[in-house]
Design a protein around this ligand. Structure first.
Ligand code: GLN
Length: 534
């Protein structure tokens, strides 16, 4: 029978609950347990697919083609396990399903209520993960305790505690301890109040993870323990980690959180096997040099819009014991007559995915610069589409070539919607999402990076390379190094005469993990290191 760990958060949002939940997942795996992760988001959007990445952070896509919250990216990177459709649920999705059942008459005329109908639906979603091959389900509740939207989730997890028995359910609450400089003190009151709020609902946390700028003095721990009703040794400190988020599992393990969980669940397991994880952290914390990579995209203050991409670059760097300095270059201020100095100083140029016209000419200019100067270039999704446009215009001489997403009436629609796709969009359907197989051409950079012919990568796009232009592109030296198994879709291109010029229609960054850096990121960083002369 599976056990459950529920991770809640109090005081403020953005505490890094997702990273903490993912770290707990890593610790459990390192003790030989089989786990599943779940993120429950109290907002009313049915899924995060249509939410602005500049507001909410990146949209993460699973193998089975669901657009989800970026925390699922942390789960995959920390645990090394793929997430699925089942790993993410929002209030919007729950209400949607309950209302549909009501319309179908499934409730036989009963009054539909938050409790039990919404809470039952939530419980069913949580329990769906507790399959026979799962030892522990780790479920994170988004938002902050006290939010109105979150109440039904808290009620649902309280009920699970009763139904499964308290030995089988553990509540981990994450809080924040503000440091008041003038008083020279860390304040526990907000934490006490958020725990009080939880207890009002009937949840007593078993462990408190305290995010803090400074170490917790013993008296502060005692106070938290006593007033929050949490055993002293289960008051865990999570300092703002200095070097890398991948230190968090080690920080929690040092304070015995994995052992606290084993004791709570009465599980006898060998000690945590964290050696590979420690070695990986060590290669990030003690690099042997730096490499500067320019990422040419749309930027706002919110870093999270390119979360997986930045992580994948760091993984690629760690594979060479290099720290990657990411230089964000705004595509909007650039064109071929105006190449910013920052672009000239990087050892590799990456153009990531994106939607819409804004900044496209800047991205194309950056790609031209990379192609002509022999600077390692990596194009992802829209980055591939821009590379096709650039190559068509500047190498094949197809003036005015463009993607029909940007310019419907272009004389050379080198990137366009597939005929089948066009019909789907009329029906309100949407993108090519999730994992698709791809066949690599032996002898190419792509093939050598992966070391295999058949791969699977995740997609999130509508537009494709126009097959009508394939021969013209190939005649000028563009190699179509990866195709869909039926040969109909161009998934990867490269330029053999260039030191490293690879573009892909999928999102490899979604599958890169710190313990298994993605081969394309590894090779791209390798090429950048060669470019800068070691
Ligand atoms: N906007 C492009 C498309 O829909 C690229 C999408 C992306 O980069 N994720 O095809």
């Amino acid at each position: 029978m599976a056990k459950f760990i529920f991770v809640t958060g109090g005081v403020v949002s953005s505490l890094g609950k997702g990273i903490t939940a993912a770290s707990i997942g890593r610790l459990l795996i390192s003790r030989g347990l089989r786990i599943r992760m779940l993120k429950m988001d109290p907002y009313l959007n049915v899924d995060p697919g249509t939410m602005s990445p500049y507001q909410h952070g990146e949209v993460y896509v699973t193998d089975d083609g669901v657009e989800t919250d970026l925390d699922l990216g942390h789960y995959e990177r920390f645990t090394g396990q793929p997430t699925t459709r089942q790993s993410s649920v929002t209030s919007g999705r729950i209400y949607w399903d309950v209302l549909q059942k009501e319309r179908r008459g499934d409730y036989l005329g009963h009054t539909i209520q938050m409790i039990p109908h919404i809470t039952d639906e939530i419980k069913a979603r949580i329990r769906a993960l507790a399959e026979p091959d799962v030892d522990v389900v780790v479920a994170e509740i988004g938002g902050t305790v006290g939010d109105i939207e979150g109440l039904t989730f808290l009620e649902a997890i309280r009920q699970i505690g009763l139904e499964e028995g308290r030995d089988n359910v553990m509540y981990v609450h994450m809080t924040y301890l503000p440091y008041i400089r003038a008083a020279g003190e860390q304040k526990t009151k907000p934490s006490q109040q958020s725990v009080a709020k939880l207890r009002e609902i009937g949840i007593v946390p078993d462990a408190l993870v305290c995010r803090s700028e400074r170490p917790l003095p013993e008296d502060v721990r005692r106070k938290l323990s006593l007033f929050c009703n949490v055993p002293f040794h289960a008051v865990i400190e999570e300092l703002d980690v200095r070097n890398t988020i991948y230190e968090v599992p080690l920080v929690l393990a040092e304070q015995g959180l994995d052992e606290i969980i084993m004791v709570h669940f009465r599980l006898a397991r060998p000690p945590a096997r964290l050696a590979p994880w420690k070695a990986m952290v060590d290669s990030i914390v003690h690099p042997e040099g730096t490499v500067k990579i320019g990422v040419v995209g749309k930027y706002s203050e919110l870093q999270d819009a390119y979360k997986s991409l930045h992580e994948a670059l760091r993984h690629g760097g760690a594979a060479h014991r290099r720290s990657v300095q990411i230089v964000q270059i705004s595509a909007e201020d650039m064109d071929s007559g105006n190449i910013p100095e920052e672009l000239e100083q990087v050892a590799g140029i990456l153009v990531p995915g994106g939607f819409g016209l804004r900044g496209t000419e800047g991205k194309i200019a950056a790609i031209r610069y990379a192609r002509e100067r022999g600077v390692p270039f990596f194009g992802i999704c829209l980055g591939l589409q821009c590379a096709i446009v650039e190559f068509a215009r500047d190498v094949c001489g197809l003036a005015g070539a463009h993607s029909t997403e940007m310019e419907a009436a272009t004389p050379h629609p080198v990137v366009c919607l597939m005929a089948e796709q066009e019909k789907v969009i009329d029906l309100g359907g949407s993108m090519r999402l999730g994992a698709w197989p791809c066949v690599l051409k032996p002898g190419t950079v792509a093939f050598n990076a992966y070391g295999t012919e058949r791969i699977s990568e995740r997609h999130r796009h509508r537009y494709e390379v126009n097959n009508g232009y394939r021969t013209r592109l190939e005649a000028k030296g563009l190699v179509l190094s990866g195709l869909s198994p039926d040969g109909h879709l161009v998934e990867m291109v490269e330029i053999t005469s260039h030191p490293w010029f690879v573009a892909v229609q999928f999102h490899p960054e979604l599958k890169s993990q710190p313990l298994a850096p993605h081969p394309l990121f590894r090779e791209f960083i390798g090429a950048a290191i060669r470019h800068q002369g070691g």
